[in-house]
Design a protein around this ligand. Structure first.
Ligand code: AMP
Ligand code: MG
Length: 358
Protein backbone atom coordinates (compact mmCIF):
# COMPACT_ATOMS: atom_id res chain seq x y z
CA UNK A 1 0.00 0.00 0.00
CA UNK A 2 1.26 3.49 -0.81
CA UNK A 3 1.02 5.71 2.27
CA UNK A 4 0.38 9.41 1.77
CA UNK A 5 2.29 11.74 4.07
CA UNK A 6 0.48 14.99 4.80
CA UNK A 7 1.93 17.74 6.98
CA UNK A 8 -0.69 19.60 9.05
CA UNK A 9 0.46 21.94 11.79
CA UNK A 10 -1.48 22.37 15.01
CA UNK A 11 -0.90 26.15 14.99
CA UNK A 12 -2.43 26.77 11.60
CA UNK A 13 -4.35 23.64 10.52
CA UNK A 14 -4.94 23.30 6.77
CA UNK A 15 -8.70 22.75 6.56
CA UNK A 16 -8.66 21.40 2.99
CA UNK A 17 -6.12 18.75 3.98
CA UNK A 18 -8.17 17.89 7.06
CA UNK A 19 -11.34 17.54 4.94
CA UNK A 20 -9.46 15.12 2.69
CA UNK A 21 -8.18 13.06 5.64
CA UNK A 22 -11.70 13.11 7.11
CA UNK A 23 -13.07 11.65 3.88
CA UNK A 24 -10.47 8.86 3.99
CA UNK A 25 -11.69 7.93 7.50
CA UNK A 26 -15.37 8.19 6.57
CA UNK A 27 -14.87 5.89 3.61
CA UNK A 28 -13.17 3.15 5.60
CA UNK A 29 -9.47 4.06 5.31
CA UNK A 30 -6.79 4.31 8.02
CA UNK A 31 -5.26 7.64 9.04
CA UNK A 32 -2.48 8.04 11.60
CA UNK A 33 -2.82 11.40 13.35
CA UNK A 34 -1.21 13.42 16.14
CA UNK A 35 -2.88 13.82 19.52
CA UNK A 36 -1.57 15.50 22.67
CA UNK A 37 -0.76 12.11 24.25
CA UNK A 38 0.77 9.96 21.46
CA UNK A 39 0.01 9.48 17.75
CA UNK A 40 -3.18 7.49 17.06
CA UNK A 41 -4.13 5.15 14.23
CA UNK A 42 -7.71 5.99 13.34
CA UNK A 43 -10.65 4.38 11.54
CA UNK A 44 -14.39 5.10 11.33
CA UNK A 45 -15.63 3.63 14.64
CA UNK A 46 -18.92 2.53 13.01
CA UNK A 47 -17.17 0.58 10.24
CA UNK A 48 -16.38 -2.98 11.33
CA UNK A 49 -14.01 -3.80 8.44
CA UNK A 50 -12.07 -0.55 8.88
CA UNK A 51 -11.70 -1.18 12.61
CA UNK A 52 -10.45 -4.70 11.94
CA UNK A 53 -7.82 -3.37 9.56
CA UNK A 54 -6.32 -1.40 12.47
CA UNK A 55 -5.58 -4.71 14.21
CA UNK A 56 -3.91 -6.02 11.06
CA UNK A 57 -1.77 -2.90 10.50
CA UNK A 58 -0.54 -2.95 14.10
CA UNK A 59 -0.45 -6.72 14.49
CA UNK A 60 -2.50 -6.06 17.61
CA UNK A 61 -3.87 -8.93 19.73
CA UNK A 62 -7.60 -9.35 19.03
CA UNK A 63 -8.55 -8.92 22.71
CA UNK A 64 -7.06 -5.45 23.20
CA UNK A 65 -9.88 -2.87 22.78
CA UNK A 66 -9.64 0.51 21.05
CA UNK A 67 -10.57 3.95 22.35
CA UNK A 68 -13.29 5.89 20.50
CA UNK A 69 -12.40 9.53 19.91
CA UNK A 70 -15.09 12.21 19.66
CA UNK A 71 -14.95 15.94 18.94
CA UNK A 72 -18.13 17.03 20.76
CA UNK A 73 -20.72 15.69 23.17
CA UNK A 74 -23.24 15.14 20.34
CA UNK A 75 -20.99 12.31 19.15
CA UNK A 76 -21.73 10.31 22.32
CA UNK A 77 -24.94 9.42 20.48
CA UNK A 78 -24.52 5.93 19.03
CA UNK A 79 -21.27 5.38 20.99
CA UNK A 80 -22.23 5.43 24.68
CA UNK A 81 -25.23 3.63 26.17
CA UNK A 82 -24.97 4.56 29.84
CA UNK A 83 -25.89 1.80 32.28
CA UNK A 84 -27.41 4.32 34.69
CA UNK A 85 -27.67 8.03 35.43
CA UNK A 86 -24.74 8.03 37.83
CA UNK A 87 -22.40 6.78 35.10
CA UNK A 88 -23.54 9.57 32.80
CA UNK A 89 -23.28 12.16 35.59
CA UNK A 90 -19.69 11.13 36.29
CA UNK A 91 -18.73 11.35 32.62
CA UNK A 92 -20.27 14.79 32.25
CA UNK A 93 -18.71 16.08 35.50
CA UNK A 94 -15.23 14.89 34.51
CA UNK A 95 -15.72 15.99 30.90
CA UNK A 96 -16.49 19.50 32.14
CA UNK A 97 -12.99 19.69 33.66
CA UNK A 98 -10.77 17.33 31.60
CA UNK A 99 -12.32 17.20 28.11
CA UNK A 100 -10.98 17.90 25.65
CA UNK A 101 -7.87 16.28 27.12
CA UNK A 102 -5.91 13.11 27.99
CA UNK A 103 -8.71 11.26 29.83
CA UNK A 104 -10.47 8.14 28.48
CA UNK A 105 -13.68 7.12 30.25
CA UNK A 106 -15.13 3.60 30.11
CA UNK A 107 -18.94 3.47 30.02
CA UNK A 108 -21.69 1.22 28.62
CA UNK A 109 -21.41 0.66 24.85
CA UNK A 110 -24.11 1.42 22.27
CA UNK A 111 -24.80 -1.51 19.96
CA UNK A 112 -24.02 0.64 16.89
CA UNK A 113 -20.34 0.32 17.82
CA UNK A 114 -19.13 -2.93 16.24
CA UNK A 115 -17.76 -5.64 18.58
CA UNK A 116 -14.23 -5.30 17.11
CA UNK A 117 -13.82 -1.87 18.77
CA UNK A 118 -14.30 -3.21 22.28
CA UNK A 119 -13.26 -6.77 21.52
CA UNK A 120 -16.61 -8.13 22.58
CA UNK A 121 -16.82 -6.19 25.88
CA UNK A 122 -20.14 -4.49 26.71
CA UNK A 123 -18.23 -1.30 27.51
CA UNK A 124 -16.46 1.34 25.43
CA UNK A 125 -13.61 3.74 26.18
CA UNK A 126 -14.27 7.30 24.99
CA UNK A 127 -11.98 10.32 24.77
CA UNK A 128 -12.19 13.86 23.41
CA UNK A 129 -8.60 14.84 22.53
CA UNK A 130 -7.44 18.46 22.82
CA UNK A 131 -4.88 18.46 19.98
CA UNK A 132 -6.28 20.84 17.32
CA UNK A 133 -5.42 18.48 14.43
CA UNK A 134 -7.06 15.49 16.16
CA UNK A 135 -10.18 17.47 17.02
CA UNK A 136 -10.51 18.91 13.52
CA UNK A 137 -9.92 15.50 11.91
CA UNK A 138 -12.78 13.97 13.92
CA UNK A 139 -15.02 16.93 13.17
CA UNK A 140 -14.26 16.81 9.43
CA UNK A 141 -14.74 13.05 9.18
CA UNK A 142 -18.16 13.48 10.80
CA UNK A 143 -17.88 10.13 12.62
CA UNK A 144 -16.31 9.02 15.89
CA UNK A 145 -12.79 7.67 15.31
CA UNK A 146 -11.63 4.40 16.88
CA UNK A 147 -7.90 4.68 17.47
CA UNK A 148 -5.20 2.91 19.45
CA UNK A 149 -1.64 4.22 19.48
CA UNK A 150 -0.05 4.24 16.00
CA UNK A 151 2.84 1.86 16.78
CA UNK A 152 3.37 -1.76 15.84
CA UNK A 153 2.02 -3.79 18.71
CA UNK A 154 4.58 -4.23 21.52
CA UNK A 155 6.81 -1.35 20.44
CA UNK A 156 7.00 1.92 22.36
CA UNK A 157 4.11 4.26 21.50
CA UNK A 158 4.90 6.93 18.89
CA UNK A 159 5.40 10.48 20.11
CA UNK A 160 7.00 11.82 16.91
CA UNK A 161 6.07 11.62 13.23
CA UNK A 162 9.27 9.66 12.55
CA UNK A 163 8.15 6.94 14.99
CA UNK A 164 4.85 6.51 13.15
CA UNK A 165 6.60 6.48 9.79
CA UNK A 166 8.96 3.75 11.04
CA UNK A 167 6.09 1.47 12.08
CA UNK A 168 3.22 2.33 9.71
CA UNK A 169 4.60 3.43 6.33
CA UNK A 170 3.12 1.13 3.68
CA UNK A 171 0.43 -0.19 6.04
CA UNK A 172 -2.01 2.72 6.27
CA UNK A 173 -3.61 5.19 3.82
CA UNK A 174 -2.37 8.44 5.36
CA UNK A 175 0.07 9.57 8.03
CA UNK A 176 -0.44 13.14 9.21
CA UNK A 177 2.81 14.78 10.30
CA UNK A 178 1.73 17.13 13.07
CA UNK A 179 4.93 17.48 15.06
CA UNK A 180 5.75 16.05 18.49
CA UNK A 181 3.25 14.92 21.14
CA UNK A 182 3.18 17.27 24.13
CA UNK A 183 2.18 14.84 26.90
CA UNK A 184 4.07 11.80 25.64
CA UNK A 185 2.26 9.01 27.52
CA UNK A 186 -1.13 7.56 26.58
CA UNK A 187 -4.36 8.83 28.13
CA UNK A 188 -5.54 7.92 31.61
CA UNK A 189 -8.08 5.09 31.30
CA UNK A 190 -10.82 5.49 33.91
CA UNK A 191 -13.52 2.87 34.46
CA UNK A 192 -16.86 4.53 35.25
CA UNK A 193 -18.88 1.31 35.07
CA UNK A 194 -17.68 -0.17 38.35
CA UNK A 195 -19.18 0.97 41.67
CA UNK A 196 -16.15 3.09 42.44
CA UNK A 197 -14.51 4.96 39.54
CA UNK A 198 -11.18 3.21 38.96
CA UNK A 199 -8.03 4.26 37.11
CA UNK A 200 -7.10 1.23 34.98
CA UNK A 201 -4.15 2.89 33.26
CA UNK A 202 -2.38 5.92 34.76
CA UNK A 203 -1.87 9.00 32.58
CA UNK A 204 -1.64 12.78 32.78
CA UNK A 205 -5.01 13.02 34.57
CA UNK A 206 -4.29 11.45 37.95
CA UNK A 207 -6.39 9.58 40.50
CA UNK A 208 -6.19 12.71 42.71
CA UNK A 209 -7.54 14.82 39.81
CA UNK A 210 -10.53 12.46 39.49
CA UNK A 211 -11.05 12.48 43.24
CA UNK A 212 -11.26 16.25 43.30
CA UNK A 213 -14.19 16.11 40.86
CA UNK A 214 -16.05 12.95 41.92
CA UNK A 215 -15.05 12.76 45.59
CA UNK A 216 -13.91 9.16 45.17
CA UNK A 217 -11.56 7.15 42.96
CA UNK A 218 -9.63 3.90 43.15
CA UNK A 219 -6.61 2.86 41.09
CA UNK A 220 -5.66 -0.50 39.73
CA UNK A 221 -2.49 -1.78 41.39
CA UNK A 222 -0.29 -2.01 38.30
CA UNK A 223 2.79 -3.12 40.21
CA UNK A 224 0.94 -6.18 41.45
CA UNK A 225 -0.23 -7.01 37.93
CA UNK A 226 2.70 -8.61 36.24
CA UNK A 227 2.23 -12.35 35.96
CA UNK A 228 -0.28 -12.47 38.81
CA UNK A 229 -3.62 -11.42 37.36
CA UNK A 230 -5.04 -13.75 34.75
CA UNK A 231 -7.81 -11.53 33.53
CA UNK A 232 -6.97 -7.86 33.92
CA UNK A 233 -9.93 -5.52 33.67
CA UNK A 234 -8.23 -3.43 31.03
CA UNK A 235 -7.08 -6.03 28.54
CA UNK A 236 -4.15 -3.98 27.23
CA UNK A 237 -2.48 -4.05 30.63
CA UNK A 238 -1.42 -7.65 30.42
CA UNK A 239 1.02 -7.37 27.54
CA UNK A 240 4.73 -6.67 27.72
CA UNK A 241 4.58 -3.36 26.05
CA UNK A 242 6.37 -0.16 25.23
CA UNK A 243 9.48 -2.26 25.15
CA UNK A 244 12.76 -1.69 23.39
CA UNK A 245 14.25 -4.84 21.86
CA UNK A 246 16.98 -4.89 24.51
CA UNK A 247 16.34 -6.56 27.84
CA UNK A 248 15.51 -3.73 30.22
CA UNK A 249 15.90 -3.51 34.01
CA UNK A 250 14.82 -0.64 36.26
CA UNK A 251 16.80 0.33 39.39
CA UNK A 252 15.07 2.08 42.31
CA UNK A 253 16.39 3.54 45.56
CA UNK A 254 18.56 6.45 46.66
CA UNK A 255 20.51 8.12 43.87
CA UNK A 256 23.87 7.02 45.31
CA UNK A 257 22.77 3.40 45.63
CA UNK A 258 21.21 3.31 42.15
CA UNK A 259 24.22 4.89 40.43
CA UNK A 260 26.67 2.55 42.19
CA UNK A 261 24.62 -0.50 41.29
CA UNK A 262 24.12 0.53 37.68
CA UNK A 263 27.82 1.29 37.23
CA UNK A 264 28.57 -2.26 38.40
CA UNK A 265 25.97 -3.74 36.04
CA UNK A 266 27.38 -1.72 33.13
CA UNK A 267 30.88 -3.01 33.80
CA UNK A 268 29.77 -6.60 33.97
CA UNK A 269 27.67 -6.29 30.78
CA UNK A 270 30.56 -4.61 28.99
CA UNK A 271 32.85 -7.46 30.09
CA UNK A 272 30.48 -9.82 28.29
CA UNK A 273 30.84 -7.70 25.16
CA UNK A 274 27.27 -6.37 25.29
CA UNK A 275 26.28 -2.98 23.89
CA UNK A 276 24.82 -1.12 26.87
CA UNK A 277 22.14 1.58 26.99
CA UNK A 278 21.42 3.68 30.08
CA UNK A 279 18.35 5.72 30.90
CA UNK A 280 19.50 8.43 33.30
CA UNK A 281 18.60 11.96 34.36
CA UNK A 282 20.40 15.24 33.61
CA UNK A 283 22.08 15.01 37.04
CA UNK A 284 23.46 11.49 36.55
CA UNK A 285 24.05 11.09 32.82
CA UNK A 286 27.77 11.90 33.07
CA UNK A 287 28.30 9.11 35.61
CA UNK A 288 27.85 6.24 33.17
CA UNK A 289 30.91 6.70 30.95
CA UNK A 290 31.35 2.99 30.29
CA UNK A 291 27.95 2.63 28.60
CA UNK A 292 27.72 3.08 24.82
CA UNK A 293 24.42 4.98 24.76
CA UNK A 294 23.35 7.22 27.67
CA UNK A 295 20.00 9.03 27.37
CA UNK A 296 18.44 11.44 29.85
CA UNK A 297 14.77 11.72 30.82
CA UNK A 298 15.41 15.33 31.82
CA UNK A 299 15.92 16.96 35.22
CA UNK A 300 15.26 14.69 38.17
CA UNK A 301 11.70 15.17 39.42
CA UNK A 302 10.49 16.83 36.23
CA UNK A 303 7.78 14.24 35.53
CA UNK A 304 6.33 16.21 32.60
CA UNK A 305 9.71 16.10 30.84
CA UNK A 306 10.09 12.39 31.65
CA UNK A 307 6.68 11.65 30.11
CA UNK A 308 7.50 13.62 26.99
CA UNK A 309 10.83 11.86 26.46
CA UNK A 310 10.31 8.28 27.62
CA UNK A 311 9.09 6.60 24.43
CA UNK A 312 11.57 8.44 22.22
CA UNK A 313 14.41 7.25 24.48
CA UNK A 314 13.17 3.65 24.35
CA UNK A 315 13.00 3.80 20.56
CA UNK A 316 16.46 5.36 20.36
CA UNK A 317 17.92 2.33 22.15
CA UNK A 318 16.52 0.23 19.28
CA UNK A 319 17.97 2.40 16.53
CA UNK A 320 21.35 2.32 18.32
CA UNK A 321 21.29 -1.50 18.49
CA UNK A 322 21.64 -1.57 22.23
CA UNK A 323 21.50 -5.11 23.67
CA UNK A 324 20.81 -4.39 27.33
CA UNK A 325 19.23 -1.36 29.02
CA UNK A 326 19.68 -0.19 32.62
CA UNK A 327 17.14 2.46 33.64
CA UNK A 328 16.90 4.66 36.72
CA UNK A 329 13.47 4.71 38.38
CA UNK A 330 11.94 8.21 38.53
CA UNK A 331 9.53 10.00 40.85
CA UNK A 332 5.96 8.65 40.81
CA UNK A 333 4.40 12.04 41.56
CA UNK A 334 1.75 13.33 39.17
CA UNK A 335 2.27 11.98 35.66
CA UNK A 336 5.38 10.24 37.06
CA UNK A 337 3.07 7.35 38.05
CA UNK A 338 2.27 6.88 34.35
CA UNK A 339 5.97 7.12 33.41
CA UNK A 340 6.92 4.43 35.93
CA UNK A 341 3.98 2.28 34.79
CA UNK A 342 5.28 2.34 31.19
CA UNK A 343 8.89 1.81 32.28
CA UNK A 344 7.83 -1.09 34.51
CA UNK A 345 6.09 -2.72 31.58
CA UNK A 346 8.94 -2.03 29.16
CA UNK A 347 11.08 -3.94 31.66
CA UNK A 348 8.57 -6.78 31.88
CA UNK A 349 8.22 -5.99 35.60
CA UNK A 350 11.94 -6.21 36.40
CA UNK A 351 12.57 -3.57 39.09
CA UNK A 352 15.52 -3.95 41.44
CA UNK A 353 15.53 -2.18 44.81
CA UNK A 354 19.06 -0.96 45.42
CA UNK A 355 20.42 -0.90 48.95
CA UNK A 356 22.93 1.72 50.07
CA UNK A 357 26.41 0.26 50.46
CA UNK A 358 28.47 1.50 53.43
P1 AMP B 1 -3.98 2.23 23.16
O1 AMP B 1 -4.72 3.40 22.67
O2 AMP B 1 -3.17 1.54 22.12
O3 AMP B 1 -3.19 2.57 24.34
O4 AMP B 1 -5.05 1.15 23.61
C1 AMP B 1 -6.23 1.49 24.27
C2 AMP B 1 -6.23 0.92 25.66
O5 AMP B 1 -7.43 1.39 26.31
C3 AMP B 1 -6.34 -0.60 25.70
O6 AMP B 1 -5.09 -1.20 25.76
C4 AMP B 1 -7.12 -0.86 26.98
O7 AMP B 1 -6.22 -1.00 28.04
C5 AMP B 1 -7.94 0.41 27.18
N1 AMP B 1 -9.37 0.20 26.86
C6 AMP B 1 -10.03 0.56 25.74
N2 AMP B 1 -11.33 0.21 25.81
C7 AMP B 1 -11.50 -0.41 26.99
C8 AMP B 1 -12.63 -1.01 27.64
N3 AMP B 1 -13.82 -1.06 27.07
N4 AMP B 1 -12.42 -1.56 28.86
C9 AMP B 1 -11.20 -1.51 29.45
N5 AMP B 1 -10.11 -0.95 28.88
C10 AMP B 1 -10.24 -0.41 27.67
MG1 MG C 1 -1.02 1.27 22.48
Amino acid sequence: MKTEIIRISGEDPDIEALKYCGSVIREGGLVAFPTETVYGLGANAFNDAAVRSIFTAKNRPADNPLIVHISDYGMLQGVAAFNNEEEQRRLMALGEVYWPGPLTMIVGKDEQIPPAVSCGLQTVGIRMPVHPVALALIRESGVPIAAPSANSSGRPSPTKFSHVYEDMNGKVDVIIDGGDARVGVESTVLDLVSQEPTVLRPGAVTKEDVMRVLGTCAAYDWKGLEGKVEKPRSPGMKYRHYAPVAETTVYAGSQAAVVARMQREIRSAAAKGLRVGVLATDETKKLYKEAQVVLSLGKMGDSLAHAERLFDCLRTFDTQDVQVVFAQAVSEDGVGDAVMNRLFRAAGGRIIDCIEEV
